[in-house]
Design a protein around this ligand. Structure first.
Ligand code: ATP
Ligand code: MG
Length: 414
């Protein structure tokens, strides 16, 4: 029988991978908690409408990346491609909007039908935050600063650059939209089919195109900066001034737009040049129209999401799990007392390895192989006297230690 393979674009996370992911998720949550964010977990699938309404049908995600299926009851469901829509849906359906501001953190797997490549998977993981209910630019400052703190906590401050832009309010975008249509319509024949399709439906989306021909046109396209209302300009300046006050370095990139329909005002991305084409590690923006889109009262919001797999490729190796203590019965007759000793040491908080079979030589070999810090060797006569031999696996030194003092003795090993 042919052996079963994982689905293209999915990966097994083996213990080392999981440890990295956990470190990244814990760093994100620890920083978010310092800003007063609580964790929320929404289901991995939602009614398709949740995403279709919030992302809009001209988005890449809705147009070609969703895992959508009919369940046995005939409902159209979609595996979440991102978590902002789910969080906002949850906030509305749990009636949480009367206690704004809501500060929420999430983590978990997301699903997109994309062409798999380095840093681009069909099941990947994100951590993210949402701050719902604050229209002030201080919210933008807080959320971006939280992202910068998180990346700094991972030791990535020097490896990433914060690019930030404004998409303005809806009046500014309406002006910009017309200018973009005029510009791109003049180059209609050079546009990619996808972008031609977006020209009248959502010209801003063209700016996000990865097609090379499009990119050349985009480089010369009008900038949103020239279409901003006074209010939008002042808002953006307040955000930048706040970031300066927080000591967060940024680069204004007037060409940065976000691929989702509900974004307005602030859009930002932390990028790296260490990952090739998949250069965004953390991206987000303001989405003042989203809550209303999903059936709630008009409520502002801002958030970001970071790709855990991309971050995992950037962070330094960690020190690994703590080195274990090997408990080594000299022969099988001591296996039972060895079990009791192992239990005592584990209760004392030590990492303990106890083999399942074999004599002294085999077990010491295993102790070496697993990188044990020390071996606690239990022989018949010693056990009778309440003693064990502790072998320091680094120095090779051996010492008799009363079994009762083992936890303190072992905990003191450097
Ligand atoms: P890209 O331009 O790389 O497709 P995106 O704009 O689709 O990114 P977002 O929807 O903003 O990405 O998601 C936030 C973050 O999630 C990205 O910056 C990236 O780090 C990560 N991410 C997005 N899609 C994938 C994927 N298919 N595989 C791995 N990580 C991803
Ligand atoms: Mg994408």
């Amino acid at each position: 029988m042919a052996s079963l393979q994982p689905v293209r674009g999915t990966r097994d996370l083996l213990p080392d991978d999981c440890r990295r992911h956990r470190r990244i998720e814990q760093a994100a949550f620890a920083v978010a908690e310092r800003y007063g964010y609580g964790e929320i977990a929404t289901p991995a699938f939602e009614f398709t409408e949740v995403f279709a309404r919030s992302l809009g049908d001209t988005s890449d995600i809705v147009a070609k990346e969703m895992y959508t299926f009919q369940d046995r009851g005939g409902a159209s469901l979609t595996l979440r491609p991102e978590n902002t829509a789910g969080v906002v849906r949850a906030v509305v359906s749990n009636g949480l909007l009367h206690q704004v501001p809501l500060k929420l953190f999430y983590r978990g797997p997301m699903f997109r039908y994309e062409r798999p490549q380095k840093g681009r998977l069909r099941q990947f993981h994100q951590v993210g935050v949402e701050l719902i209910g604050v229209a002030d630019a201080l919210a933008d400052v807080e959320v971006v600063t939280l992202g910068a703190d998180f990346l700094a906590a991972l030791g990535l401050a020097d490896k990433v650059v914060l690019e930030i832009n404004t998409l303005g309010d809806s009046a500014s975008r309406a002006v910009y939209r017309e200018r973009l249509i005029t510009y791109f319509a003049a180059h209609h024949d050079s546009l990619s089919p996808d972008s031609r399709d977006r020209l009248h439906r959502n010209p801003l989306r063209i700016l996000d195109s990865k097609d090379e021909g499009d990119r050349a046109l985009i480089a010369e396209a009008p900038l949103i900066t020239d279409s901003l209302s006074d209010g939008s300009r002042a808002f953006f300046e307040a955000v930048l001034a706040g970031l300066e006050a927080c000591g967060v370095p940024f680069r204004h990139n007037p060409r940065l737009v976000r691929g989702l329909d509900y974004y307005c005002h602030t859009a930002f991305e932390f990028t790296t040049d260490a990952l090739g084409a998949q250069n965004a590690v953390l991206a987000g923006g303001r989405y003042d129209g989203l809550v209303a889109e999903l059936g709630g009262p008009t409520t502002p919001g801002i958030g970001w999401a970071a790709g855990v797999e991309r971050l995992a490729m950037l962070v330094a190796e960690d020190s690994g799990p703590p080195a274990p203590i090997a408990v080594v019965p000299v022969d099988m007759a001591q296996q039972k007392p060895a079990l009791a000793v192992a239990q005592r040491l584990r209760s004392a908080g030590l990492v303990v390895d106890l083999g399942y079979s074999g004599g002294l030589a085999k077990r010491m070999k295993r102790a070496n192989r697993i990188g044990a810090r020390a071996a606690v060797i239990l022989g018949e006569a010693e056990l009778a006297a309440g003693l064990a031999t502790v072998r320091d696996m680094h120095s090779g030194e051996q010492q008799q230690v009363p079994i009762d003092s083992l936890p303190t003795h072992l905990a003191r090993l450097p």
